[in-house]
Design a protein around this ligand. Structure first.
Ligand SMILES: Cc1cc2nc3c(=O)[nH]c(=O)nc-3n(C[C@H](O)[C@H](O)[C@H](O)COP(=O)(O)OP(=O)(O)OC[C@H]3O[C@@H](n4cnc5c(N)ncnc54)[C@H](O)[C@@H]3O)c2cc1C
Length: 346
């Protein structure tokens, strides 16, 4: 029997995912100040400028960032084209502002479900532009119906088109992930490993959290081994390009397990990085692993994709904690990378 908070978490997550295609949900979040207060714990802001400022605040604290323009399930080519332009603006701004950041994108936001070929060309356009600015682009992983298409598109970009500034996300809750990492390791793919944010059936994903955690630790070791086999390529000091293993989790046990393996096999500290969402910047800053390995934060911006919030809204305990901070600690917090009124990014 799962603990009550875990069951409540699953229900909450399902509910939020069910909002994913509802335009009214976005209006609610942006139009209702209470809802925006909740959402803004997880989202840097509605505009690129908000996110750039959040990245700068993080950079000033010695933390590298990833700009994640929220959004999935674009329903027409016009929206997809707009998303391409948004990401290119973000890439240009990161470079212009000398920020330590790269970007991550969700393929359904760029029309994967509308016109696959057009989506391929859009991603190639983004990667070429990002390459010219020396910036890495991560392909986020969405729910299981999109995993094959995402990995296929990665393969086209990396192998057929020869882009080196691209990597993917793998989710530890999927049974197939071990095999996927095995294949990706052959090319030394830079993989961000997360547990997985979507509600998946037991046919494709471990239903038990303990199995997901176990698989997570196993996959982390595979990525570290892959890095060593490829000469332990380092993250670039400008924060624009990551190493092979990207550990995306707030789970201290997973972090400790990875850290122990890093030390056991002697992986250099700049050959691995840890990523957390902006909400847990405190964890990011204060955890002891920071001394051993690089860490970074995600700065999601925009609210076109409510489901992405699920990725940073993992359980009820966390949500309750966030709510309490909105009403109390928030005002006193000095780490929060969200925008303070009147602040400007220049
Ligand atoms: C950088 C990053 C990128 C991601 N990209 C994707 C993606 O492309 N596709 C995808 O499916 N999922 C993605 N996710 C989401 C991920 O799959 C998980 O749903 C989410 O991170 C929660 O799992 P967890 O490993 O943090 O640990 P959990 O087992 O959910 O939680 C472990 C502990 O960490 C605490 N915790 C959890 N979240 C936070 C937080 N935000 N702040 C502080 N403490 C927290 C919990 O309270 C709990 O005590 C991403 C997550 C991160 C951090």
């Amino acid at each position: 029997m799962k603990p009550i908070y875990e069951r409540a978490s699953i229900m909450l997550r399902s509910f939020i995912i069910s909002l994913s295609k509802a335009s009214w949900a976005r209006k609610l979040v942006t139009g209702w100040s209470f809802a925006w207060n909740v959402a803004s714990r997880f989202v840097a802001g509605e505009k690129l400028e908000d996110a750039l400022l959040a990245v700068k605040v993080l950079n000033d604290k010695g933390i590298a960032a990833t700009l994640d323009h929220l959004g999935e399930h674009t329903s027409n080519q016009q929206e997809a084209d707009r998303a391409v332009q948004d990401v290119m603006d973000a890439v240009a701004s990161i470079d212009r502002g000398g920020l330590r950041s790269n970007v991550s994108i969700k393929l359904t936001q760029f029309g994967l479900a509308v016109d696959k070929q057009a989506c391929i060309e859009s991603i190639a356009k983004i990667l070429k532009f990002a390459q010219e600015h020396g910036i890495f682009v991560r392909l986020d992983m969405e729910d299981s119906p999109w995993v094959n298409a995402t990995l296929e598109l990665y393969r086209i970009m990396r192998i057929e088109r020869g882009f080196e500034n691209v990597g993917v996300v793998i989710q530890a809750y999927l049974y197939r992930s071990e095999e996927d990492i095995r294949k990706l390791s052959e090319q030394g793919t830079r993989v961000r490993l997360c547990k997985g944010a979507y509600k998946e059936p037991a046919e494709v994903a471990f239903p038990k959290k303990s199995d997901v955690d176990k698989n997570y630790d196993h996959l982390v070791q595979m990525l570290i081994d892959c890095s060593l086999a490829k000469g332990a390529p380092a993250a670039t000091p400008d924060g624009k390009s990551p190493p092979i293993p990207g550990i995306a989790s707030h789970d201290e046990r997973r972090i400790e397990a990875a850290k122990a393996y890093v030390q056991k096999v002697g992986l250099p500290k700049n050959a691995i990085e840890f990523r957390c969402c902006t909400e847990s910047g405190v964890t990011c800053r204060s955890a002891s692993y920071r001394k051993v390995i690089r860490c970074g934060c995600m700065c999601p911006t925009g609210l076109n994709g409510i489901p992405t919030l699920c990725a940073v809204w993992p359980n009820v305990r966390q949500t309750c904690g966030s709510l309490s901070r909105i009403f109390s600690v928030d005002k006193r917090s000095n780490w929060n990378p969200r925008i303070v009124p009147g602040a400007r990014f220049s």
